[in-house]
Design a protein around this ligand. Sequence first.
Ligand code: C2E
Ligand code: MG
Ligand code: MG
Length: 739
Amino acid sequence: MSVEKNTMRILFVNADKADQFALSVILKKAHLSIEVLGCDCIEKAQEILEKDANLFDVVLVDQAIEGQSGLALCKDLLARRLSIPMVFLAEAGSESAAVEALKVGVDDYIVKGLGEKYTALLPYTIEALVKKRRASRLASDLDASLQKERNALGDLQAADMIDKRRLTDRLEIAEKVIETTFEGVMVTDQNGVITYVNPAFSEITGYPYKELIGRKPNILKSFLHDQDFYKKMWQSLIGTGQWQGEIWNRRKSGEIYPARLNISAIGDRKQRLRQYVSVYYDITDIKQSEMEINYKAHHDALTGLPNRLLFYDRLNHTISRAKRNNNIFALLFIDLDDFKNINNSLGHPVGDLLLKEVALRLKACARRGDTVSRLGGDEFAIILDRIARAPEAADFSRRVVEALSQPFCYREERLYSSVSLGISLYPEDGETGECLLKNADTAMYHAKDMGKNNYHFFTESLNERLRNRIDLENALRKAILGTEMEAYYQPIYSLESSHVVGMEALVRWRQAGDKVILPADFIPLAEEKGFIVDIDKLMIQKACAFIKKIKTSARATLPQPQNISVNLSAVDFGSINLYKHLTETVEAFGLQPDNIGVEITESALIGDIESAIVNLKKLRDKGFSVSIDDFGMGYSSLNYLARLPINILKIDRSFITDLPSDKSNNAIAKAIVFMAHEMNIKVVAEGVETEAQLDFLRSIGCDQIQGFIYSLPLPENQIEELLINSHTMNTLHPSKTIS
Ligand code: C2E
Ligand code: MG
Ligand code: MG
């Protein structure tokens, strides 16, 4: 787009370095060969320009410069007659200041903050001013040299000759400017017949000179403008002798392009109209970059889908249309299940590939007219326009869930993923975009709660559930600060010695009225909200206090467990310095690290296995025993288990329940025990409830058991009784304690 080969120089009077940088970027993007000198105070600008204003082609003056007025600077420069083009940069909403600046005499103004319009206008305005100035400089340089000549000749006749020559020279210059400018110039006579075009005009339109002369400008018509457009153009030309604006024209090749057009009616001495001069500026580049900016602002860079902004825009449109036509439509909120796991375990590039593939599959499911959008992260939304009945939305959602549960191929591997989907219907579930989206989101959460890989319609009762959830959250917050969180303990027995060798601390929420709430009902929320960190800290505290009490109890005449294990959530790894907290608490109670064990589920490790290994190693090296909880439920592969610095492996209850009748679980349990022993790891079987299970576990060499067969988790006072009275398996009758 650069017109001049020479570099343009701009003095930008503005206090903000970021603005100065942004200006350079905008001008560079417009491919202008330009040099910007930033100047952050009025006095400096005055000094620079006073020294040599000719160094610059344009001065850009910000409305406010560090508390000083840009307008005052403009006035001052104009008063000094520095004759340098000035552009006033008005703040958004300060058009009145811009008008004031024009009145004072600045050459042009631009209102900041118009987004892409601003970035397009700025280079255009500057370039136009620079060209104008250079042409006028050329003319005045010539004037000056002619004047010199006239003075030298000193006689009137010579002066007359010079005047004539001056006129010819001026005409020559004007002709040269017109012939070489990049702007297309077309002259028509009073009947609209083309009498002259410059080379740039031919280049822009694709028509050679000869093909244009004698024709009318309608040869260029794109037919994109209606009659009214041309009517207004003519009204302005007749009324004011001028028209300027943007116009879509057609090149000879048939390509339609945008141009900025300025038409002036030229009269003769007697004010009779003689011709029209039109100046065209091809703004294809500007429009193109405007379109690109516009596209980028409304689409997601990764998937190319409409982004949240465009989605809301379309949603509001759909609502208006549905209101007008009295039809219904559905809004689908889609969230990938466990996307975090994929991202964390396989890396973000694979996560990105998955998101792209999801976008493709969603688009393939959608019909023409439906909007598929990525709202951000792993959240997508679809506007199902004009469905006749709710079951259509259900059919569609079923197809989406099905399409996304098909494996994704990554290199040679197959990755499995799924989505949960919530549906809200217009108008019954909401009449505004926000409400429909919120309700679809609530329905999506419900689909997740129901086991994921599914869809769910919004219902009012879900809102009720949401309210309950908020109530639960508030109550939980209070409970953690108060005294409602209690520790229960469940003994762990050695199958070899039959003694209690340890205990697991399990949290219980005792609400007013002695209602005890189990972890399953509040731990997921506590993890989501991050409260789990405080709960786990509290449990570490309580476990330390209890083991200390057991150790120092006067009644402890029999062998007592010296170890309590506490459960740690995945969230803890990210938010507390576990090592520091554990060691400090153990020391504060005067205990040894081997009095406390930590239990971590496999899924807690999967997020960032490398740092989990570092954390666990630190704990184990200090002397804390480290257990992998619920083993078999997660994703552990054997080689990755070998890398984990652990002491104990707890087989998940789901593998124990069907022992010994279930052959495959028998084999799994056997294999786990064998493998763990090979790695010097002890095995605890969780959830043992029957003698048959016990016998089988003993037969395969399992080390320890924990389960209702001997004891439920019990509050502190009851577990103390149990430890004193029935500290070995032999003194307990299995069925006695199961309630
Ligand atoms: P877990 O760590 O695997 O704890 C064992 C769970 O199995 C306990 O459930 C226990 O009551 C139950 N259980 C033990 N033996 C039997 C049995 O023979 N039959 C049956 N049906 N169940 C048995 P609970 O106390 O409801 O805890 C559930 C889970 O909540 C725990 O599983 C643990 O993951 C989590 N949790 C409990 N307390 C805490 C805590 O303080 N912090 C954290 N982060 N998580 C905790
Ligand atoms: Mg546990
Ligand atoms: Mg467990």
